[in-house]
Ligand binder design. Structure first.
Ligand code: GLN
Length: 453
């Protein structure tokens, strides 16, 4: 814990943490020492972790990296972090993220952007760590924690993991409780870990997962021993390659790495088959209707009365307006406007309802692939390696949204997906491959991910 706290101080330029909690960390570590000495060690005893600022931490500032939650100190702990502390983990601090987890580069945070610890060969240009869990990914990559919590609504665990050479798993929707996690799009949001290795991510997920009566969408299923699955191998598994993921203009290096990944799995005893997910091309536009719609509804609660920021006005309506105008950043306002538009009376059928129908078709594509006997699907995690700070944020929002092309399908279908570092591109930057599993079969993802890692 002390070594990590010292490393955090030295790495402040990365802006990975928005709050360090050294006193709490040292007290928790001392308690871990006591439990170890007493023979009461939990499965994560003394392991120092970072927490994405989207998770409510009791008495510790939680802002979702938005000015509207300025100085909010929740009186409760999220279920996921509660379970990590129950199992002995130590909290180092709160990690930066895109404001309300809306973004793909960690450039929308009210605390400023996170810097990726990686650089292109022979260059000092600062790169983004991906988003929205950019702080989690950068902190793990730079060894500022042994693992981190993260959330994934459309790729926010897997894309930053791929950009930083780390492992990130978005479990099946319902595997981890959403209770105490600041909501973005409730039907898509899932918590998961970012870690150095497949094995570490399996160990962390086991503590984070499990049924919680406080989240009605949490699945009442036993949590498997994910760690045991890591060394299971892939002999006899059928791995599907979805032909629709072969995009025009995809960098040849990513295509080649994808091919290599298939060969590694084949060499380890898996059978590789082509599958078709015909509605893939509609996933991104449908996601950018469903996610903002839910976000606009979830963000209605920030009214200057209940949490954080309040900007006074002459009456309550003006107070709402001034608070929301000052508290929300540009991207969040854009999502609220898109969301309220697609939900409004005249447009509901044309946009929101249509997107929900597309969502069902996407889900069915996967069901058909799995019904044909495929155990998991192999795809790239991202359409590029990490890009420069400002490079896409200053372009059009659509340019940024295109980053999520390989990840949003998984959230739309509620499936588990893991991103595993698979190699470096010509610039020396990490590239990730993604494995997509059957519902509640994270074990196969850990087994296959270990072969690729
Ligand atoms: N980049 C996507 C978005 O901005 C996904 C974000 C996420 O998964 N939280 O909506």
């Amino acid at each position: 814990t002390r070594a990590h706290l010292a490393a955090m101080e030295k790495a402040e330029a990365l802006n990975a943490y928005v709050l360090a909690t050294p006193d709490k960390a040292l007290a928790m570590a001392a308690e871990s020492d006591r439990r170890i000495a007493a023979g009461e060690a939990g499965p994560l005893e003394g392991i120092p972790l970072g927490v994405k600022d989207l998770f409510a931490t009791e008495g510790v500032r939680t802002t979702a990296c938005s000015a509207i939650l300025d100085n909010f100190h929740p009186p409760y702990e999220s279920t996921v972090t509660h379970q990590l502390w129950r199992d002995g983990a130590v909290m180092l601090g709160k990690l930066n993220n895109d404001e309300f987890a809306m973004g793909s580069s960690n450039e929308t945070s009210a605390f400023g952007p996170v810097v990726n610890p990686w650089r292109r060969k022979g260059s000092n240009v600062k790169l983004v760590p991906g988003g929205s869990s950019g702080g989690s990914a950068a902190a793990v990559a730079a060894r500022l924690c042994l693992g981190a919590t993260a959330t994934d609504t459309g790729g926010s665990i897997r894309q930053p993991a791929a950009f930083t050479g780390t492992v990130g798993i978005k479990p099946t929707y319902g595997r981890c409780s959403r209770w105490g996690i600041v909501a973005f799009a409730s039907s898509l949001d899932q918590a998961g870990p970012i870690a150095k290795t497949v094995r570490d991510s399996a160990i962390l997920l086991r503590s984070m997962a499990g049924h919680d009566p406080k989240d009605t969408t949490s699945a009442d299923l036993p949590v498997p021993d994910f760690e045991a699955a890591v060394t299971r191998g892939v002999k006899g598994l059928r791995i599907g390659i979805p032909k629709e993921y072969r995009l025009d203009g995809m960098p040849a290096e990513i295509e080649a790495l994808w091919q290599k990944g298939a060969e590694w799995l084949k060499a380890a005893g898996a059978e590789i088959v082509e599958v078709s997910l015909p509605h893939t091309r509609y996933a991104l536009p449908a996601y950018y209707i469903v996610a903002p719609a839910e976000a606009s509804s979830n963000l209605a609660r920030y009214d200057g009365v209940r949490y954080g920021l309040r900007v006074p006005g002459k009456d309550i309506v003006e107070m709402y307006e001034k608070t929301r105008a000052a508290g929300f950043g540009r991207e969040v306002k854009r999502r609220i406007m898109i969301g309220t538009y697609v939900l409004s009376a005249g447009y509901y059928d044309a946009y929101y309802l249509r997107a929900q129908k597309v969502r069902t078709l996407i889900k069915r594509d996967f069901e058909q692939a799995y019904a044909s006997g495929v155990d998991a699907i192999l795809a790239p995690a991202t359409p590029s390696s990490a890009f420069g700070l400002g490079e896409k944020a200053d372009a059009s929002p659509v340019e940024m949204y295109l980053n999520d092309v390989f990840t949003v399908t998984v959230n739309m279908a509620g499936l588990p997906g893991i991103a595993v570092p698979a190699g470096l591109d010509a610039q020396g930057l990490p590239l990730g491959l993604q494995l997509i599993g059957r519902p509640f079969d994270e074990e196969t993802l850990f087994a296959a991910g270990q072969v690729i890692e």
